[in-house]
Design a binder for this molecule. Structure first.
Ligand SMILES: Cc1cc2nc3c(=O)[nH]c(=O)nc-3n(C[C@H](O)[C@H](O)[C@H](O)COP(=O)(O)OP(=O)(O)OC[C@H]3O[C@@H](n4cnc5c(N)ncnc54)[C@H](O)[C@@H]3O)c2cc1C
Length: 495
């Protein structure tokens, strides 16, 4: 089998690169390890960021490329690649129309997180996502692109410095596809527990991954073998926090999910309060603080609050409400509850090993294996601040300083660090070339999406939809660079 270019991974970035190449008349093969294409870009994501799109312009949205650029490089303290950031942002507007013209339409919606409401609208939500991805893939095939499902790229073959092919595995058999260019777009390594453990800064038992399980770091490993620089590997897309059962991976309880999304009292694994809990209204920052304190905390409720919640509505906002209403085109309620089954739901969480219940705080501390004194002091101090309606420790807004923790029994529910994937691994530039530590390219190779370092510092920024924007735009750029390399030849391209 033969092609000009082989792309490893048929998710957002791989499809972006593939369609770009196929439309330019290049022979391109898109490898997909699974039996379905799309990756996290389709199964997980609901939309992407853009600045200056035709939809934004039509609304008179004044957010500029310069503002977006400065916001991003400011967020990363200039520890990201400015030229790459600029290239991604500059392309983002055109990508909205590009996707739409090829079958994947989006609509500009209100930012989906509570604290981003004063930020200009940037989130372009997919419309009819699965059908849209099907249309993109059909377009790819109509232009001569070939998709090989259940085919994993495993090794890039070279003769001297020239790529000559890629070894793939299909139905347990391996063979080589001849090609002169490989684009690694296989989504990072969140699906590889060994690699995750190696690069994670928290106990891996505290990590809940929502990311693509088939993303096992194949592309990063293949490129590292060719000398690619992986010095910035190990950035996780921390996103909110989740309550899980250690015994039952499929367990979910709606009440517990909603309670997790609210700013009650949170204590870390030593029993200390650690943050203004209304950080839950920004998913990246909430994810980051959870990661920073070791990947787990408990939210604490007392029976008085549980009783109240069982028959009264609370005029707080579920931090995920905007995401849901935006998808369903419904108005916001800014209310939660009542939860008539809350006692049963909490008992279920206890039975699932996700929560603990105790008659008094001492017993609760014992169950959580934290110091009784520390937990007692934390709760006493919090109660005093609730009485004063002022959080002088972490400045939680007074509207959330409402519920003391005073009347047993007491409940502690464990929330864990949650990741949408790994973001980065291979050093690259604004052309998505794979770089060695001396900044020279590994010729004939490009990288895109979650495999590529450069956009992020230690975490993903709060601009909504930026990771999918990175995937689509880096994929398109990698495709364009590969076209240029094919057109002008190695010597001229790398001159
Ligand atoms: C639940 C969830 C929700 C998200 N929501 C959003 C959102 O709303 N907005 C946003 O901007 N971002 C969101 N993200 C992040 C976004 O989905 C990713 O940043 C993006 O999909 C990354 O694109 P990618 O092409 O690198 O990887 P993916 O889209 O995951 O594609 C990688 C593909 O490569 C395949 N693959 C892996 N190894 C091989 C191999 N060896 N050979 C062949 N194929 C291989 C995988 O099977 C997969 O199909 C979300 C992520 C998750 C998990």
């Amino acid at each position: 089998m033969k092609a000009d270019v082989v792309i490893v991974g048929a998710g957002a970035s791989g499809i972006g690169a593939g369609l770009t190449l196929a439309e330019a008349g290049k022979q391109v093969i898109l490898l997909e390890k699974g039996d379905k294409f799309g990756g996290a870009g389709m199964f997980g994501a609901q939309g992407l960021f853009a600045v200056g799109s035709s939809q934004q312009e039509a609304e008179g949205n004044s957010f500029t490329l310069k503002q977006a650029y400065q916001e991003l490089v400011g967020y990363t303290h200039y520890r990201s690649n400015s030229a790459l950031t600029k290239a991604i942002l500059s392309k983002s507007a055109s990508t909205i129309d590009w996707l739409s013209e090829r079958g994947l339409k989006t609509e500009l919606v209100n930012n989906t997180q509570e604290v981003h409401q004063d930020h200009p609208k940037v989130y372009h939500q997919y419309i009819d996502k699965f059908a849209g991805f099907d249309r993109l893939m059909q377009n790819f095939k109509d232009q001569g692109g070939r998709l090989l499902l259940q085919t994993a790229g495993v090794e890039i073959i070279r003769d001297q410095d020239q790529v000559t092919g890629i070894k793939v595995i299909q139905n347990k058999k391996d063979f080589v596809i001849d090609c002169s260019i490989v684009i690694a777009a296989d989504g990072g390594f969140i699906g590889n527990s060994d690699l995750v453990k190696e690069h994670l800064a928290i106990d891996s038992n505290n990590l809940y991954s929502m990311g693509e399980r088939k993303a096992t770091g194949d592309g990063i490993k293949m490129l590292a073998q060719l000398g690619a620089d992986t010095s910035h590997i190990g950035v996780f897309e921390n996103h909110a926090a989740s309550v899980i059962s250690p015994h039952d991976a499929k367990w979910h309880n709606d009440t517990i999910f909603t309670l997790t999304n609210l700013p009650f009292l949170w204590v870390d694994q030593s029993g200390k309060r650690f943050v203004d809990e209304s950080v839950c209204y920004d998913f990246a920052l909430w994810g980051n603080i959870t990661y920073t304190i070791g990947g787990a905390y408990y939210f604490i409720l007392d029976q008085a609050l549980v009783d109240k919640l069982s028959d009264q509505e609370l005029n707080w906002t579920n931090s995920f409400e905007r995401t849901f209403v935006s998808l369903a085109h419904k108005p916001m309620t800014h209310k939660v509850g009542p939860f008539p089954q809350i006692d049963v739901d909490l008992e279920e969480a206890v039975a699932k090993g996700a929560a603990w219940k105790a008659e008094n705080l001492k017993e609760l501390a014992e169950q959580l294996q934290v110091s009784k004194e520390t937990l007692g002091q934390t709760v006493n101090r919090y109660n005093m601040q609730v009485a004063q309606k002022e959080d002088s420790d972490f400045y939680k807004p007074s509207e959330f300083m409402r519920f003391s923790v005073a009347q047993g029994p007491f409940y502690a529910v464990k929330a864990r660090s949650t990741s949408l994937g790994t973001i980065g691994g291979i050093e690259t530039n604004e052309r998505m070339e794979v770089l060695k530590t001396n900044k020279k390219p590994v010729q004939g190779t490009f990288v895109a999406g979650n495999n590529a370092s450069g956009m992020y510092d230690t975490s993903y920024p709060t601009l909504e939809g930026i990771s999918c924007a990175f995937a689509w735009n880096s994929g398109r750029i990698a495709g364009e660079s590969a076209i240029k390399l094919l057109d002008v030849g190695t010597e001229t391209y790398y001159d």
